[in-house]
Ligand binder design. Structure first.
Ligand SMILES: [Zn+2]
Length: 793
């Protein structure tokens, strides 16, 4: 640290971090404070062996140049004029179990390589002949993830048998998806327009017929493709004779019959598909620019964003039809080929899209093509995904193009773009075993989970444009867009596949039950674009930007993929959802997995394992751990499994990376009975987060709880040691477990699950989108009516 000098401008400083971070002198102090608070060492970044870490130190006088942090087009602030002699810099190892080699220890921008796993501190020292200053960086060095990742379980016909999930999936199928279909079919929307009509008009344009203009945002094709995927998944859910679900399924089948030819007719002869490029566009003043538009010219046109959702929709449509209807699948290959033929190393074009999605979609689709057709036919799509990521550089933090992705260690910018990037990077890390990718992915993961993560599992404080704020800056009026919750689930799921570690499932389960499940109301007729922890408004039927509408449904319905993973030697039970799900090719046989449980209302789970042929394989059952993020700590401890029995005999299984492992010869009808501990927990946050100081949150299993103004005065406080109990309330909110207690003043307190929040107070419509006419600023935020963090003491 610097010694106090005459003026701040003249202070000699060393900053050992990338320009995207706060000055290390500040960050280092934070890490130390956090260590004191939580008993864990703060990590600035992770280096995965044998990789290197990229160092972008800075030495000078006054404050270092500010990174490009704000929205589109923001420029970095120029560095201060030197007020002293030119300093010299030296990198060195301050502590750590292994050797550290610097590529050029005398250059502020260089790399460091490590030999040994463990916590390392490296130091940047500067001197100018009169004074010295130094700054440090904490690097956690790790061994690489296993060579082979777990296999994803494709979503195929399945049955849900869970009170909570039956109700949620039914609301999505019977109300939400039909609602999305209706809005996408409408041609009269003034807010959030641009549905199937864009495809119809683009088809006309391609046939040389008179046609209309493109409607809505350039990316409006996205929610059509997402809804196709949501319908395809919904149609794989057994209606079990429920008349309303059967009727909704009929509507979805008829809609797919109607939409698919319209979507395909909008595909250009070379495979390109994006109706905003085929049709004339109209700007806000009503000026029309005739199409077609040149492809891959502008980064803000969401070409990859819409193309990616189309590729993804084709996967579940193909699976839903039992691989019999290949129309979307073939069209998706044609689109992916069009991209592959045009973008890539010279002589092809170098490019990247300003809104990520194509990267993760290309990997998902490439693997799917490999699985369907063999011979590595999808590998070129995976290559293109890496190429698109590798091209991100020299842009802004807003779309994560400020640095090469392998040199990004802090989650910044627009939250959906960010988590989609990291999810795509996690895919590429697994595919290539590139340690630079692995290091960046693990660093970004650590930064999100331990510095920028809400207790709901949501991300994005909204302090930058729809994006991430600084470390530990987690205001409760959070942004937490529903799409960023989807992306967060994809990212954590991929980390589970890569690391075979249950803690990533702990995290995506948290996001799913809290940040995402409550994005629609219980009826499934309205939704939240943003999901702040201090809720203060009602959901809306549509949004000026309906990017989340299909994403919410397709993500929540894909239960087989979230509930299980598999490896060459066994099955991973990741989520506890009453269901019947078929897994293909486990230890050489197909296995039907049946879960009977009322989780998360009850901790008893019975898993029946039905292999087609008796086989030896291992069953790994996740032992939940609720305190994964070091930002939050729940008490009493409810981690692990209470008891486990196989065919009535209690067993004490070996534990491996958060899973209880049962390896045996399995035959049809074998039963595993698991009891998971469910207790009311009080959760407290790290003192580093200002918004949650002197506050407490309540949790039961994976479910976070809210207190609502409709039941009580939510400004009251709760004593730290007052008893809390649970009660099943079948009459409330479709049946929920409530948490009851008393506020400090003795009046009753009742908390309901966060996903069921704001379902009983329709009195508060959302505020107008902008400032009222004549006003300079938006009206102040209305007081919250439903909150996660309760005053304590
Ligand atoms: Zn969205």
């Amino acid at each position: 640290m610097t010694k106090p000098k005459i003026s701040r401008r003249s202070m000699l400083k060393a900053v050992a971090l990338t320009p995207v971070m706060q000055p290390a002198i500040v960050s280092r102090a934070m890490a130390a404070d956090e260590a004191a608070l939580n008993g864990v060492a703060g990590i600035d970044r992770v280096a995965v062996l044998p990789g290197k870490t990229y160092l972008r130190g800075w030495a000078g006088y006054g404050d270092p140049p500010r990174p490009v942090r704000a929205g589109r087009g923001a420029q970095p602030v120029a560095p201060p004029v030197p007020t002293g002699p030119t300093p010299t810099v030296t990198w060195s190892k301050a502590s750590g179990p292994g050797a550290v080699a610097f590529d050029n220890p005398k250059s502020p921008i260089t790399t460091a390589t490590f030999t040994t796993p463990g916590a390392h501190v490296i130091k940047l020292t500067v001197e100018n002949g009169q004074a010295t200053a130094s700054s440090t960086l904490n690097v956690q060095v790790e061994t690489p993830p296993p060579a082979k990742q777990l296999d994803a379980v494709y979503t195929k016909n399945f049955k849900v048998a869970s009170p909570l999930w039956n109700a949620r999936t039914k609301a999505l199928m019977v109300n939400w998806i039909p609602h999305c279909i209706e809005y996408i079919n409408r041609t009269d929307l003034t807010q959030g327009p641009g549905g199937i009509d864009n495809f119809v008009e683009a088809g006309k344009a391609l046939r040389g017929e008179p046609h209309g203009n493109h409607k809505g945002y350039v990316f409006s094709n996205a929610w059509v493709h997402q809804t196709v995927e949501a319908m395809s998944i919904a149609l794989m859910i057994d209606p079990q004779g429920d008349a309303e679900t059967v009727k909704a399924h009929e509507k979805m089948r008829a809609t797919l019959d109607d939409w698919i030819p319209k979507i395909l007719a909008a595909q250009e002869p070379d495979g390109y598909l994006q109706t905003a490029f085929t049709l004339p566009r109209v700007n806000g003043r009503g000026d029309v620019t005739p199409g077609p538009f040149k492809h891959w010219e502008r980064r803000g046109d969401h070409e990859g964003y819409t193309a990616g959702y189309f590729l993804e929709s084709a996967i579940n449509h193909y699976l839903m039809t039992g691989k019999k209807d290949a129309r979307l699948y073939n069209a998706a290959k044609k689109l992916a080929d069009c991209w592959y033929n045009n973008l890539g190393p010279a002589p092809k074009k170098a490019w990247y899209d300003g809104h990520q999605e194509m990267e993760q979609a290309l990997v998902r689709f490439g693997r799917f093509v490999n699985d369907m057709e063999g011979g590595g036919k999808g590998q070129k799509y995976v290559e293109l995904a890496k190429f698109l990521l590798d091209n991100r550089n020299a842009g802004s933090e807003y779309d994560q193009s400020h640095l090469p992705v392998t040199q990004q260690y802090e989650a910044v910018g627009h939250a959906v773009r960010a988590v989609y990037t990291y999810s795509g990077m996690a895919d590429v890390a697994v595919e290539t075993h590139d340690p630079d990718y692995q290091s960046a992915v693990k660093s970004l993961w650590d930064n999100i989970v331990n510095k920028k993560y809400y207790l709901t599992g949501g991300v994005g404080s909204g302090e930058t444009s729809e994006g991430f704020g600084p470390n530990y800056s987690l205001r409760n009026a959070a942004y937490c867009e529903s799409c960023s919750s989807c992306g967060e689930i994809f990212f954590q799921w991929k980390m589970n596949l890569a690391y075979h570690d249950a803690r990533y499932v702990d995290l995506y389960e948290e996001t799913m039950y809290n940040a995402l499940l409550g994005s629609t109301d219980l009826e499934g007729t309205n939704f939240y674009y943003t999901n702040p922890l201090d809720a203060n408004e009602a959901r809306t039927a549509w949004h000026v930007c309906p990017c989340c509408v299909g994403n919410i449904a397709r993500t929540l319905l894909m239960l087989p993929t979230w509930a299980y993973a598999k490896s060459a030697d066994g099955v991973y039970v990741n989520m506890f959802v009453g269901s019947t799900i078929n897994l293909e090719n486990v230890g050489g046989t197909d296995v039907q997995m049946v879960q009977a449980t009322n989780y998360p209302w009850d901790g008893k789970v019975t898993i029946t394992v039905n292999p087609k042929v008796s086989k030896n394989f291992s069953l790994r059952i996740r032992a939940p751990q609720r305190n994964v993020s070091s930002l939050y700590h729940g008490t009493p401890d409810t981690s692990g499994i209470t008891s486990l029995a196989v065919n009535g005999t209690a067993v004490k299984p070996a534990m491996d990376r958060g899973y209880a492992v049962i390896a045996r010869a399995w035959k049809a009808g074998d039963k595993v009975e698991v009891v998971l501990p469910l207790k009311v927990q009080r959760v407290r946050a790290s003192g580093m987060i200002e918004a949650t100081r002197n506050k407490v949150a309540l949790r039961y299993g994976p479910l976070l709880y809210n207190i609502e103004q409709v039941d009580q005065d939510i400004t009251k406080s709760l004593n730290a040691d007052s008893p809390l109990t649970t009660e099943w309330r079948g009459d409330l909110l479709g049946g929920v477990m409530v948490i009851q207690g008393k506020f400090a003043d003795g009046s009753p307190m009742m908390a309901i699950p966060n996903f069921a929040r704001t379902n009983r107070d329709p009195a508060a419509p959302p505020p107008p989108a902008g400032p009222p006419p004549g006003a300079d600023t938006r009206p102040p935020r209305r007081p919250a009516t439903s909150i996660v963090w309760i005053k304590e003491g």
